[in-house]
Design a binder for this molecule. Structure first.
Ligand SMILES: Cc1ncc(COP(=O)(O)O)c(C=O)c1O
Length: 266
């Protein structure tokens, strides 16, 4: 009988598990899907790109103009000292997180994961045969203190979102700076997942730990939330070095009209 590989045997279906558990009185915090349509000018840019022949394979790292625009925008808004060469476009933040974990985590490596945190982190780590280690994510300060407590010689990566899905908490500058410093000292990669950077409902301000240097920080983001493009599958990462081979050999660069569409609002 054909059987699946051991590493996929106990993988959960991400938030599909939560759908099956849902009851009418529950508030679903698992999926972050905006309740509005993708703006018309974005759709038009994609259509125009298709009619102009943008239908061939995309470059594995993504469209140069879009990479440039992203690095410029993040530098301007969040002081992340990225350049185009640090930015890779991929198939949603999820595709980026998968590629990042696959290209850094080896069997038995530990990954410190914000808890409560986004549903897919744990399964993505398990797919790489890494060991997910939950870290108290109730506040930025508690998170950093617990990260420090839980670091072992096998710790490879810290993975979290800010603003956080599901808590909505926005991690502050001091805690993030401390996190990056602790991780740098121990040679650990900080993966900051930031698709909700514009979805903040109080006076908090988004801070990207990428502003403290990309030596050991990977900034992950997506067009899914703010621009309501969840189904378009477009995200990006900024980091100092990257294993393009993983994207080139897995899915290739993301769909080309998407690049033009995303670029139309940056
Ligand atoms: C914290 C977090 N990271 C990543 C993702 C995935 O985003 P994308 O649609 O870009 O793959 C989600 C989607 O809900 C999310 O909530």
């Amino acid at each position: 009988m054909i059987s699946p590989a051991d590493r996929v045997k106990d993988i959960e279906m991400g938030f599909a598990r939560f759908f099956s558990m849902r009851t009418p009185e529950m508030v679903d915090l698992s999926v972050g899907e905006p309740g509005f349509d993708t703006p018309a000018h974005i759709k038009e840019a994609a259509y125009k790109a298709m009619t102009k022949g943008n239908i061939r394979y995309a470059a594995p790292l993504g469209n140069d103009d879009l990479r440039e625009a992203i690095s410029h925008k993040y530098k301007e808004e969040y002081h992340v000292d990225s350049v185009k060469d640090n930015v890779m476009i991929s198939h949603g933040a999820k595709g980026i997180l998968y590629a990042l974990v696959q290209s850094h985590v080896q069997k038995g490596d530990e990954v410190l994961i914000q808890d409560p945190g986004w549903v897919s982190y744990t399964e993505i780590v398990k797919l790489a045969q890494g060991t997910p280690v939950p870290v108290n994510g109730n506040s930025a300060e508690e998170f950093v203190a617990d990260v420090e407590r839980k670091i072992t010689p096998r710790t490879k990566m810290v993975l979290f979102s800010t603003p956080c899905n599901p808590t909505g908490d926005v991690y502050g500058e001091n805690a993030l700076k401390m996190l990056v410093e602790i991780a740098r000292e121990k040679n650990i990669l900080v993966v900051s997942d930031e698709p909700y950077h514009k979805i903040i409902f109080d006076e908090s301000r988004h801070v990207s730990p990428g502003k403290f240097g990309l030596e050991n920080v990977a900034v992950v983001n997506s067009f899914s939330k703010y621009f309501s493009m969840a189904g378009w599958r477009l995200g990006w990462v900024a980091l100092r070095w990257m294993r393009v081979c993983l994207q080139a050999n897995r899915l290739g660069g993301p769909v080309r009209p998407q690049h033009r569409a995303a670029g139309s609002q940056l």
